[in-house]
Design a protein around this ligand. Structure first.
Ligand code: UN1
Length: 504
């Protein structure tokens, strides 16, 4: 039983390109794309991207500051037009971008297509959002006075993006900062600089001046740290680990200089609560998608399945059956469902965790053959006796399962205690229960009776609470406000010197 995670309302055509369905439900356009994708794959090479040294970083920040006033004073429609042109160009270059993603980030074809679509959506969505929110608002005031609230750019933003969505999240961060009139110093993940470079080239070709958007590649410990420590930057937007978000927050607080905003979207120990009325087929489908798709390398991915004991055996049996059908292998093969993990360090970390789980928990899936050379880990699941035993986010195709009985609100309480708050799945046929449980969960994105990945731009604004980040939610109507400074202008319209018109 497949519940289609498509929104029920028709979406504005300018927001959703012709290929767009849903970042998670992607197969619709694949037959047409297969030939161009294969052709692109045969030609693609991953270019080397030079690392930025300290002198280049200092110079980039200076250029970014100098470029900001001109960029921010340009009409928002002009900036939005550039983002839309970049979106069109990106859509046209679907095949080569996917081929580069498969090669550089080892994502499966389906994930790559969804990712390019998401990047395109971010560009178009933030273009429209900037046009909407950057209009001055007239506020009430006493006679003889005019009051206006305006949003203005803040200055150079540092955008630090992850390797797991190296095009979509990179483009989303950059587009949000640019649309609102800020300049950008973009620091992509060390593992995936080439796809970031492609996105930057498309934005430059669409009219964004080179000093307005600069790419600074290199390790977080040096390049990222130098950017964050610079007193001339105006804000940081970061997606990555909770640990690094805290390092950034500390560094921002410790330096001399202004107090600047941090937008952080980090990890999660994301749970799915399944009650005794849930449909097992639907649960199994949602679990397999949420836990194992993208090799579990999504911050939204399901890590902890809490299933009511009355249906646990049946649900587990179905998950075992479904997981057996998944093909783990080379991401460039069409049949592959689960590709490699990103690098050797990730592979080693996961192997260590799996060894501990084999010793302490009940394995539910055959171990399969983990292959260090190809960094492949077949989907794994383990039954634990208590939610509290899951102590950290495990970023891979590894599911933890716990049975429960009694009050589902207590399960939500135990999930809250973990301290993360990114995604939550609820599977129930008691309609009133889902909202009651969502009310008690300190969690940013709740998905009822479906999978819990693939948040769609403009439809499921994405981001978490607590250890999962600061918000506001990416791809949502409040996101761009955080990139702006607010200014009120109060004018005494009776003052000597004549009538002063409202500021435009
Ligand atoms: C992430 O993994 O960093 O909902 C974000 C999703 C994506 C967002 C994941 N749109 O799966």
């Amino acid at each position: 039983l497949h519940l289609q995670p498509v929104p029920s309302q028709p979406l504005p055509p300018d927001l959703y390109g012709p290929l767009r369905r849903n970042s998670a439900g992607l197969d619709l356009a694949m037959p047409d794309l297969r030939a161009p994708l294969e052709q692109a794959a045969a030609q693609v090479t991953v270019p080397a991207v030079p690392e930025a040294d300290p002198a280049r970083i200092a110079e980039a920040v200076a250029r970014s500051r100098t470029a900001c006033p001109g960029w921010s004073r340009a009409p928002v429609e002009q900036r939005a037009g550039m983002l839309r042109r970049a979106a069109d160009a990106m859509e046209e270059r679907m095949a080569p971008l996917c081929a580069l993603l498969v090669k550089e980030a080892a994502k499966t074809w389906g994930d790559c297509v969804a990712e390019v679509r998401e990047a395109v959506d971010f560009l178009r969505y933030y273009a429209g959002e900037a046009e909407r929110i950057l209009q001055p608002v007239t506020l009430p005031g006493p006679t003889g006075e005019s009051n206006t609230l305006r949003l203005t750019a803040r200055g150079p933003w540092v955008c630090i993006s992850p390797w797991n969505f190296p095009l979509a999240i990179f483009t989303g961060q950059v587009a949000a900062a640019l649309a609102t009139g800020n300049t950008v110093l973009a620091k992509p993940a060390e593992q995936t600089p080439a796809i970031a470079l492609e996105a930057v080239k498309l934005l430059h070709a669409a009219g964004v001046p080179p000093d307005v958007l600069q790419l600074l590649h290199g390790p977080g410990e040096t390049v990222g740290a130098a950017l964050v420590a610079d007193p001339r930057i105006a804000g940081v937007v970061f997606t990555g680990s909770t640990q690094v978000a805290k390092i950034i927050q500390r560094a921002l607080a410790a330096k001399d200089g202004p107090i600047v905003p941090l937008i952080a979207e980090t990890g999660g120990i994301n749970a799915m609560l399944v009650d005794s009325t849930a449909l097992p087929e639907q649960v199994a489908d949602a679990v397999v998608q949420s836990a194992f798709r993208s090799a579990g390398q999504r911050c939204s991915a399901l890590r902890l399945l809490c299933v009511h004991e009355a249906i646990a055996d049946g649900v587990i049996a179905m998950i075992q059956g479904a997981a057996r059908e998944l093909v783990t292998g080379d991401p460039a093969q069409w049949a592959t469902d689960v590709g490699p993990v990103i690098d050797d360090e990730a592979f080693e970390g996961l192997q260590k965790h799996l060894r501990r789980l084999h010793a302490e928990a009940r394995p539910l899936l055959p171990p399969g053959e983990a292959a260090p050379a190809s960094r492949l880990i077949p989907p794994q699941a383990f039954e634990l006796s208590d939610i509290a035993e899951v102590k950290q986010e495990i970023f891979g195709p590894v599911l933890h399962v716990v049975r429960w009985r009694g009050d589902p609100l207590q399960v939500i309480e135990a999930i809250n205690v973990l301290g993360y708050g990114l995604t939550l799945g609820i599977q129930t046929r008691i309609d009133s229960r889902s909202l009651a449980l969502a009310d008690s969960a300190h969690i940013g994105n709740v998905y009822v009776n479906r999978n819990m990945i693939g948040a769609v731009v403009g439809v499921q604004p994405f981001g978490g609470e607590g250890l999962s980040g600061t918000g506001p939610k990416a791809g949502g109507p409040h996101y761009l406000y955080r990139f702006c400074a607010e200014q009120t202008v109060t004018i005494n319209t009776t003052a000597a010197g004549g009538n002063v018109a409202l500021l435009a």
